[in-house]
Design a protein around this ligand. Structure first.
Ligand SMILES: [Zn+2]
Length: 698
């Protein structure tokens, strides 16, 4: 056991730069084997990844991520920490890489079930199982160092990896190994033994260790053996007890239910905390205990209110920090990619459990902004932190022994979820969550198959056409997510209008025929977003996309500009002798949406996905000489993707915007204190091929 650790968060952050987490649910080909307990039905079931084909820009990024990233790595490196117990020595989180990578590899293989990928997942699971000791133990630490630092954390990822294999392959040998690994854990951390809440890093309030709740519940779900459920409940009970690290106890359920701000719950380590709540979702599934789901839902709503920034992620230096209210500042180490991914995974849990499209709304914004912006265009490397102003930087190489970093290993786990939640299913039929060019086939309750063909350039444009392909006529429902931001939406089926409600699913129940066409017009007007709190900064969103100023398209100049939303002009012709007198209307009324005219840039830079001319207002003097001077803004994911000290961007726009001081420079120093600016590793294609994603689109 580690001695009580008195390091501050700051020194911990320095000494452990990186480690993070996640796990993934795979669409189950193998049905859960119910134990003696309850198995709550998900309101929405995941799509089968192999039945989805995602196209367009998003699809090409996924392809790159799979080919160059997940399936292009030297995965043999990831089992070495377990065969040689190399986490006895720094950096001590090498044990997280096998499971992070393996769950990504299973997602990739589920989506693209190619023989070469099957071989990779088979070889790798064999390698990890060969490290299993006689009593079931699999650890990246030697036995003497059991419970040290990231021991249980690493085992958590191993378990998740093994379960992801079992859920797709049905390989009982792998499930058995997962059971034995859990048996040994119960042996050393069960009742009367070491409490997991007193292991791992004290500064994290032991949350890293107790995140193992999630796979322990999954082992129960698939084996039906009561001892695993008992152990899971025992772990959760410990959250409410005082321990050597905290007199008060972690109180993850009680505090969540009371709406305590995430910053004030236990240790504010964002990614670990969300992982604990992911485990609670799994525990709800097998127990039906409503307070577990209520706690997670309440917590996630607190995260939206207090932490999630305009591009769909949060955290500073890996911690919650009331970031929604501070996102206009120059932040220390904002939006760790592990947080971005775990937020998506938690939303994915809630989407399945509640069927509330709110969670898909959140996932869409995160996917198209924070997550996409964090991946390099060749798909083999990711950012550690991503700013809302300044420059983009790749993650440093944290763990040369594994040729990876926490966020590099985690990023694919968010991106490759897309096939699972883009089109889901309930009892009545398919549910479309994500609009994007692609094809999905869905097996209906009657055993027949229907195919949904999406033709669209969304989110570049707002028109989505979905064509039904199937044999004969069948009666069922198709649910279509109407995003909260889409205030004016048109939905037709074969030309006939259907009413919709913003923020809900539009359910079309009818007798569907081959060739039926659904046409959806989403509201792609530019929206002016007011910064939370009293800060007079504005941002511009278009559909799910946050826009940014980028210095490749905007030059500095010695004057002020004001963002010029619709309806901001008053004419006082009589009083002022026929001259327009303009009052910049900078602050929205609470809750009111302000719109702004955006004109697509026809000849945009190749490396930029979307670019628009946005009207800003120039004021020669406060009363007179006003004119509109458009600035070009691009999508956040493209902003700064030159990954250089020269390529600067910003999202939030102060009112007024002093054009001489738009882009903060040298921001890499508040992300990576010290003298070394991170570069892409030599192994990354990014360093060779520059930043044009189309080069990598095979
Ligand atoms: Zn990370």
């Amino acid at each position: 056991m580690p001695a009580a650790n008195n390091k501050s968060y700051c020194s911990i952050a320095k000494s452990l730069v990186g480690f993070l987490l996640l796990f993934v649910q795979i669409s189950s080909i193998v049905q859960a084997q119910p134990g003696s307990g309850i198995n709550m039905d998900d309101k929405l079931k995941s799509g089968l990844a192999a039945n989805a084909r995602i196209g367009d820009y998003l699809g090409s990024l996924m392809d790159s991520c799979i080919q160059n990233g997940v399936m292009g790595v030297d995965f043999h490196l990831y089992s070495i920490p377990f065969s040689d117990h190399t986490d006895d020595n720094d950096p001590k989180f090498k044990g997280e890489f096998w499971g992070k990578w393996y769950t990504s590899a299973m997602l990739a293989y589920g989506y693209q079930p190619e023989e070469a990928y099957k071989e990779i997942i088979d070889v790798s699971v064999k390698e990890i199982l060969e490290t299993q000791e006689k009593d079931g133990r699999i650890s990246s630490y030697s036995r003497e160092k059991t419970f040290d630092m990231w021991d249980i954390w690493g085992r958590k990822y191993v378990l998740l990896g093994l379960i992801s294999n079992y859920e797709q392959t049905g390989n009982k040998k792998v499930l058995k190994a997962a059971g034995r690994l859990t048996d040994e854990l119960i042996e050393i951390a069960g009742p009367g033994k070491t409490k997991l809440t007193e292991t791992g890093l004290e500064v994290l309030g032991s949350m890293s260790s107790t995140t193992i709740l999630e796979p322990v519940v999954l082992v129960y779900k698939h084996t039906g053996e009561q001892k695993y459920l008992d152990f899971a409940k025992y772990m959760v009970a410990q959250w409410s007890e005082s321990n050597a690290y905290t007199d008060r106890g972690m109180m993850l359920i009680e505090d969540a239910l009371e709406g305590v701000p995430p910053l004030k719950i236990s240790s504010p380590k964002a990614y670990e905390m969300m992982s604990c709540y992911e485990g609670l979702c799994e525990l709800y599934r097998v127990t039906g205990d409503q307070q577990y789901l209520d706690a997670v839902e309440r917590f996630a709503r607190s995260v939206i209110e207090r932490e999630i920034m305009v591009v769909g992620s949060g955290s500073s230096a890996e911690l919650w920090f009331d970031g929604a209210y501070r996102q206009t500042e120059l932040l220390e180490q904002p939006m760790e990619t592990c947080v971005t991914v775990t937020w998506m995974k938690l939303c994915y849990q809630l989407l399945r459990l509640t069927g509330d499209p709110l969670w898909a709304d959140q996932m869409e914004v995160t996917l198209y902004n924070a997550l996409m912006g964090a991946m390099n265009k060749s798909g083999d490397w990711w950012a550690y932190f991503s700013s809302l102003a300044g420059e983009r930087m790749p993650s440093p190489m944290q763990v040369p022994q594994c040729n990876s970093s926490c966020c590099v290993a985690n990023g694919p786990r968010g991106l490759l979820l897309t096939p699972l939640w883009s089109v889901m299913q309930n009892e009545q039929g398919p549910i479309v969550n994500l609009y994007n060019q692609g094809e999905w086939s869905v097996k209906l309750k009657n055993g027949h198959e229907t195919r949904l063909i999406q033709e669209t350039t969304y989110p570049q444009e707002g028109v989505v056409v979905i064509t039904i392909e199937q044999d004969g006529d069948m009666e069922y429902n198709i649910g279509l997510r109407i995003p909260q931001w889409s205030k004016e939406t048109l939905l037709t089926v074969n030309g006939e209008s259907f009413p919709v409600t913003t923020g809900e699913y539009a359910n079309i129940h009818r007798n569907w025929s081959d060739g039926d066409r659904i046409t959806l017009h989403l509201d792609m007007r530019g929206r002016v977003i007011q910064a939370p709190g009293s800060v007079n900064d504005l941002a511009v969103m278009r559909g799910p996309i946050a826009l940014a100023l980028d210095n490749r398209m905007v030059e500095s100049a010695g004057y002020n500009l004001w963002l010029h939303a619709d309806g901001a002009v008053w004419h006082h012709k009589d009083e002022l002798g026929g001259v327009d007198y303009v009052l910049p209307d900078t602050v929205s009324e609470s809750g009111a949406v302000k719109y702004i005219q955006l004109n697509p840039v026809k000849e945009k830079k190749e490396e930029v996905w979307m670019a628009f001319e946005v009207p800003f207002l120039y004021r020669y003097t406060h009363f007179f000489g006003h004119e509109v001077r458009p600035l070009v803004m691009c999508d956040y994911a493209s902003a700064g993707n030159g990954y250089s000290e020269e390529n600067l961007f910003r999202v939030w726009i102060p009112q007024p915007l002093f054009m001489n001081d738009i882009f903060p420079e040298q921001t890499w120093k508040i992300l990576y204190p010290g003298d070394i600016r991170p570069e892409f590793p030599e192994t990354s294609n990014e360093s060779i091929t520059g930043n044009s994603w189309e080069d990598h689109n095979h």
